[in-house]
Design a protein around this ligand. Sequence first.
Ligand SMILES: [Zn+2]
Length: 369
Amino acid sequence: MANDLRVSINAPEHPKIQKLCKRLGDAAFLYLFKLWRHAAANKTTGVLTNMDLEDIEIAAGWPGEGGAFVACLIELKLLNEKQGIYSINDWAEHNPWVYHAGDRKKIAKEAAKAKWGDNNTRTKLKRSERLAEARRKGRHTKAEWNSMVAFFNNTCVMCEGASNLNGVVKDHLIPVYQGGSDSITNLQPLCVLCNVRKGPDNTDYRTIYCSNHGINMPLEWQANACTTPAQRLRSMKRTPAPSPLPVPSPTPFPSPEPKEEKKTFAPDSEEIRLSEFFINLLDQRQYPWLKNGKPNIQVWARDFDKIIRIDGRLPEMIRRLLVWCQADSFWQDNILSPSKLRKQWAQLELKMRKDKDYEGASTNGHIFR
Ligand SMILES: [Zn+2]
């Protein structure tokens, strides 16, 4: 189920729509829109399963002769029919957000289930058993956790404070249900939002945070360190002169830390599509790509990845903000890369929401009212 759908501002001028209105009257566009709305709400893949010709005309609110509306849509290739099953033509292409609504719901459901387990008593029991098992594998002390929280300035290591939520909670890098231990080596401080959003993701955001800030994480917190406080104490006694805890402030000469491995994004990935969308918007307003020509699309995709993964922005919202800022005479020359978009996000979003045209900003690069 989606709450909105995408309609091009050029739709009324599209030859198919013009023909539809010519044959069935101008109101036919409204009936078609109602059918699209029904699909967005109930048939997000655009395949009108369990709907016959009559059901479709009821969903569209067609008041005319039975069968005439569907026949016209099929003739104009606005609707397809195969072995009695109707589907909206090119729905996935025009309404990717709606089309993938089911996947998103499924992913969120699976992530929640993986993290918290099912709600029945059997899994609840299992969960407490799992925690006992995790503690057998490794334990941490309150002092260790407090020292980690202080090291990261009481900040969420995943969003680095972008969620604007105060305080952090314990997150197990390898979730307890996946056999992770309760040792400090397997804990990271996250805000509540990131903790919920993370799902079954095993990324060690502490090392990414340290890499971003040019600091070194204490060795005893690292994944291959000892798993119980007693072991850690023994090993520290054996190790001559442990170096003092580094201070989490950016140093002028950050020591070389293993950087986050550079990802490569597939051509059909959301990150690449967002990069292309942005380039397209710049092209549309004839932005002169002077110095270096067009940007490296993989570099841009990596920045969009951060906007989605770390900042938790939805692709739909990213598109809206891009459309808005590229139509704004001031911002269009300030936001020329996804990294700049990320930096200025809060200010841009605030300005866009104050803009009376905001509600009408569609994601196809035009304004639809
Ligand atoms: Zn967070």
